[in-house]
Structures are given as structure tokens and as C-alpha cells.
Design a protein around this ligand. Structure first.
Ligand code: SF4
Length: 213
């Protein structure tokens, strides 16, 4: 009996990134990168890994986060960490608008994390990042979110590449959790005593976390 479907081939985006970084070194280039960051903890190790290869600007556009105090808490934690490591990096902040953001997510309110709601959530935030990067002439655009064990790197990169297709700006492939990246980020979080949230961000993920407890 023949199998009626073929499993999609998984791409090792960490290796893709390694290849790119090697090419940049060989070419003697240090391109600009607009890096989407969702919170301080997720920024830690990815930044350590790529900081010497790019001129980095951060975009913080996370209206998925609920409630508003949490949005500012994560942003302030990120800024505090930048200060603690003496990283002079511009942070481009978007206005907080959770009500509008949630209208698109509501139909998927009851889904588990990692399904269509999250793919839409990635597309919304990364779409803004790609558009801004293109508009302002950045060479690369990417996100730190693949550091999380709960974020599907195949989805993140597929969406990123799709969004950047046909544009001048290029998507930065990444799977930061690989090679012990997730554990390394936790070490930095502990070292600096960073606030580490226990839910992804949206109000639906708070509910799911409470139900799991
Ligand atoms: S669980 Fe996280 S990624 Fe998924 S929709 Fe909520 S905030 Fe977005």
C-alpha cells in the first residue's frame, strides 16, 4: 500500500545560518539587520551568537502580549539587559494595540500553542518587521523567537522567507535553540536575574498555561 502523503522535508535553519555567517566573514561584510525581539530572555543568546556579524537594530512590535503592563514589563526588561551588557542598540517600538491585534486571533482562541493562531501571530509581527526593514533599506531581517522550545522553527523560517520573497531585504535563517542555545539563554537569564515569563504572550496562552497547572 502506498502512503498517500509525503512528509515535508525539514530544513536545518541553524546550519543555513552557519553557512551565511561564514559567507559574510569570507566576503568581509557586516550587513545591517533589523531583529524582531519579543522579550529580554529570548534576545540573550541569539544576540551573543550573531552580534559580531551584523549591525543590529531591534524592532519591538508585540501587540500580542496581554495585558499591557506585561508588554511594557518585557520591553523594559529588554532595555535593562541592553544596558547591563553595555549594548548601544536602537530599539524601534511600535504602539501597543492588543484589541486590534486580537481580532485576527479570536477565531483560533481555543487552539493549543503551535497551531494556526501562532502561525498567524508570527505572520503579523514578522510582516511588520519585513515591511519596515524593506522601507528603511536594511540588508537582513529576522527574529529571535526560534530560541524558544515552544516555537516551531520550520514555521517561523518558512513564514519569514515567504514574507521577504521578491523584496530587497533578505530573511535571516535561524534556529537559535539548536546546539544547546536554549540552555545557554537560560544561563544568561539566571546570571542577570532577568524576569522570565511563564506564558507566551497572548491572553489565550495565559488561559492555556493556567489550565495546564
Ligand atoms: S501563544 Fe504566543 S505565538 Fe501563539 S498566538 Fe499567543 S502570543 Fe502568539
Amino acid at each position: 500500500m502506498q502512503c498517500s502523503f509525503m512528509e515535508e522535508t525539514k530544513i536545518n535553519y541553524q546550519k543555513e545560518q552557519e553557512r551565511l555567517l561564514k559567507q559574510l566573514v569570507e566576503a568581509g561584510e557586516k550587513p545591517t539587520l533589523l531583529l524582531h525581539v519579543c522579550c529580554g530572555p529570548c534576545f540573550t543568546y541569539p544576540f551573543e551568537l550573531i552580534k559580531d556579524y551584523f549591525k543590529i537594530t531591534i524592532i519591538y512590535n508585540n501587540s500580542n502580549i496581554y495585558p499591557e503592563e506585561e508588554y511594557h514589563r518585557r520591553l523594559n526588561e529588554l532595555k535593562g539587559y541592553l544596558k547591563a551588557i553595555s549594548a548601544d542598540i536602537e530599539v524601534i517600538e511600535f504602539d501597543y494595540d492588543n484589541a486590534t491585534y486580537n481580532k485576527d486571533l479570536e477565531p483560533y482562541a481555543n487552539q493549543r500553542e503551535g497551531m494556526d493562531r501562532c502561525r498567524l501571530c508570527f505572520r503579523k509581527r514578522l510582516g511588520q518587521a519585513v515591511d519596515l526593514a524593506e522601507e528603511r533599506g536594511y540588508d537582513y531581517v529576522g527574529t529571535v523567537m526560534s530560541i524558544s522550545r515552544f516555537k516551531n522553527s520550520q514555521d517561523l523560517n518558512k513564514i519569514g522567507f515567504e514574507l521577504a520573497e521578491g523584496k530587497r531585504v533578505k530573511w535571516l535563517p535561524a534556529d537559535f535553540k539548536k546546539n544547546g542555545g536554549y540552555e545557554k539563554s537560560l544561563d544568561i537569564v539566571r546570571k542577570y536575574g532577568l524576569y522570565f515569563q511563564h506564558y507566551c504572550g497572548c491572553k489565550f496562552s495565559i488561559r492555556a498555561t493556567k489550565e495546564e497547572l
